[in-house]
Design a protein around this ligand. Structure first.
Ligand code: SF4
Ligand code: SF4
Length: 294
């Protein structure tokens, strides 16, 4: 059994070719720009869509735990996940993200599109959250993916111990691994990530299988938009061939609203990807392919 937040078909930005992306629940980080904050907690997460809600308060009356109050607020500590609120809402304004699915069932679902993968050199991408959070189930999932002849990519923070990476490595063809900052304190303060763990994993992959790695850097205003060149140099030193600079976007904002959380970048607009173009030339200078976007 593995806890899944979503399965997205025909994904074209999560690795090569046409892919099915399996988003898993759970993440040890809390990046304030996250596009999938509903994946952070292992428990199911309630999303409330204000645009659909007619304020009838039926959900609140149905909740024996008093976990819902108005203006709409969900108290995760009181919730017992009976989902009576979701069932009672005639407007479909409440949904829970996070479902336990048998690994066989996930594989069956993914294999439905194998013809498309084969024709496009695509495959399956395991994303999150952080897939390594559900380590045993994740390991079983990637093993079964390989047994079924799938190209396996993983979107990952790299924020876990090396022994886990070593165990999973034989079953993973491509690591799309984030490098969000090179300053340990800034990274820790803003995202909760441990730079030592991440760099350790990068060094290991660079030593044993550099071709399996694409470095991904979400470029975030006032956080790391001034260190793109440093990240390119880091890749050059480790002989990692490709870095993707992911321009800041606000596409996750609606999910933050649906979780009744404030999106820190409310006042920021989407980054114009053209401003990152000069880094492609800088990459050439350092022998690193720089791609703008995923
Ligand atoms: S039951 Fe649905 S429509 Fe009514 S208040 Fe709750 S979320 Fe809104
Ligand atoms: S799932 Fe059950 S306990 Fe949780 S908010 Fe809904 S009705 Fe209340």
């Amino acid at each position: 059994m593995i806890r899944v937040s979503n399965i997205e078909k025909f994904a074209t930005h999560d690795g090569p070719g046409i892919r099915t992306t399996v988003f898993l629940k759970g993440c040890p980080l809390h990046c304030p720009w996250c596009a999938n904050p509903e994946t952070w907690k292992m428990e199911p997460t309630l999303l409330h869509d204000e645009r659909k809600c007619v304020q009838c308060k039926t959900c609140m009356y149905m909740c024996a735990q008093e976990a819902i109050s108005f203006p709409f607020q969900w108290d995760i500590d009181k919730c017992i996940y009976c989902k009576k609120c979701e069932d009672a809402c005639l407007q479909d304004a409440i949904s829970f993200v996070g479902k336990d699915i048998e690994i066989d069932e996930v594989i069956k679902e993914v294999l439905k599109d194998k013809d498309y993968f084969d024709q496009s050199n695509g495959g399956v991408t395991i994303s999150g959250g952080e897939p390594f959070m559900q380590f045993d189930a994740f390991l079983e999932l990637v093993k079964q993916c390989k047994e079924n002849g799938l190209h396996v990519a993983v979107e990952t923070t790299g924020n876990y111990s090396l022994d886990k990476l070593e165990q999973a490595l034989p079953y993973i063809d491509l690591f799309l691994m984030d490098l969000k900052h090179l300053d340990a304190k800034k990274l820790k303060d803003v995202t909760g990530a441990n730079l030592d763990l991440i760099l350790n994993n990068f060094r290991y992959l660079a030593k044993y299988c550099p071709n399996k790695v694409i470095v991904r850097m979400p470029v975030i205003p006032r956080f790391n938009d001034d260190i793109c060149e440093e990240v390119i140099k880091f890749c050059a030193v480790l002989k990692l061939a490709e870095v993707n600079l992911l321009p800041f976007h606000t596409m996750g904002k609606n999910k933050w609203n649906q979780m009744q959380k404030k999106f820190k970048y409310d006042q920021d607009s989407m980054m114009d990807r053209d401003i990152l173009n000069p880094y492609m030339d800088i990459g050439k200078k350092w022998g690193v392919k720089v791609k703008i976007g995923g």
